[in-house]
Design a protein around this ligand. Structure first.
Ligand SMILES: [Zn+2]
Length: 360
């Protein structure tokens, strides 16, 4: 694994006390004040038709619901890697873009799957050694094992869950890689496998990071961005963020939302309850300010054969991806990285993890 070989850790640990105090005194990342020319370029590169193209392939019947492990999931992984090559991302797995992930019983026969990881190297001589992470999971739950009599569709396509997040990571990676100069910090783009098996891919990454965890300053994970027909009503030009009050990543995304006409909302029931239930959880527990952004939590066809690519709203998806792309660019370029909210009691364990990570 590349993680054990990174030489940057000791140098970071030896940073002088004075430098530490200076970093503390600076303001947290806060909101982007206005759209920069680079932000406009990012928005111009994220298109509804491109998102439709990615999702319609990833959620096609031939990939048979991308179960872990399966040939369909392997093909999806190859597709993602081919896009990373197109954007010129640095391979950051142990086999080019692929990071081998073992899962299942340790004493039995563990199965093997793959995370897909690419890095866009930052342009700032100092900040390029810090990382902003963007992720989603590209697996789903496969086919119905025991179809009911008369069932005609047995493939759980997982278009919204989570080909929509996967396509969004791809388009945002494409948009950011088109910038000259590149963003100041480096970006890690990860498509996790095995999420549906219990966050196995992200938990594996947390233990086998492609870049130092201590230098990973923020993480946004994307889930269910395509369906606007939420159980509780239509969701247009809005994003939910889990752990809404937990860190200043919320201000970065809310500010990006204001500039792109997307409202970033606190879901009173889901915000804190879902914080640990998605792929941001394993990274947050290590101390990285990490959240999951979604359009709708509950939607018709959730984990059903009806989660098909034709039912997604790609215009709305492009709109919320503009906000997410602008937020990632802001987090990559702003001087001070985000901070956990020490005043919010439910975030206490993450504040502690951050302090332990940075040995404050
Ligand atoms: Zn999901």
């Amino acid at each position: 694994m590349t993680c054990c070989l990174w030489p940057a850790l000791p140098a970071f640990a030896q940073r002088s006390q004075a430098a530490k105090r200076a970093t503390k005194a600076r303001a947290v990342s806060g909101e982007p004040a206005a759209l920069t020319p680079a932000m406009r370029i990012v928005m111009g590169h994220i298109k509804a038709d491109a998102l439709r193209g990615h999702v319609s392939f990833l959620a096609s019947d031939l990939l048979e619901g991308r179960d872990t492990p399966s040939r369909g999931l392997d093909i999806a992984g190859e597709y993602i890697a081919s896009q990373f090559r197109r954007y010129g991302l640095e391979p950051a797995g142990d086999q080019e873009y692929f990071q081998g992930v073992m899962f299942g019983p340790e004493d039995g026969n563990p199965a093997k799957s793959r995370n897909v990881i690419g890095i866009l190297r930052g342009s700032d001589p100092t900040l390029k050694d810090q990382y902003v992470m963007l992720s989603s999971h590209y697996d789903h739950v496969g086919v119905v094992k025991e179809p009911k009599e008369g069932a005609t569709d047995i493939i759980f396509n997982g278009a919204n869950d989570d080909a929509s997040g996967t396509a969004s990571v791809l388009e945002i990676a494409y948009a950011l890689s088109s910038l000259h100069p590149r963003p100041r910090r480096s970006e890690i783009f990860i498509l996790f496998c095995c999420e549906e098996k219990g966050l196995v891919g992200s938990r594996w990454y947390a233990e086998h990071p492609a870049a130092p965890i201590v230098k990973t300053v923020a993480h946004l994970n994307l889930e269910q961005l395509g369906r606007t027909d939420a159980t509780e009503g239509v969701k247009l030009a809005t994003l939910n963020l889990t752990g809404f009050d937990f860190s200043s990543v919320t201000q970065a995304l809310a500010g990006a939302g204001k500039l792109t006409e997307v409202k970033v909302l606190k879901d009173e029931k889901g915000s804190d309850a879902y914080f640990n239930r998605s792929d941001n959880g394993p990274l947050a527990r290590l101390g990285i300010p990490a959240h999951t952004a979604s359009v709708a939590y509950g939607f018709p066809d959730y984990h059903e054969a009806g989660d098909e690519w034709q039912k997604l709203d790609y215009e709305n998806m492009a709109k919320v991806d503009h906000a997410l792309g602008v937020a990632i660019l802001h987090l990559a370029n702003t001087a001070a990285p985000p901070k956990w909210n020490e005043a919010y009691a439910p975030a206490a364990q993450y504040v502690e993890a951050y302090k332990k990570l940075h040995a404050e």
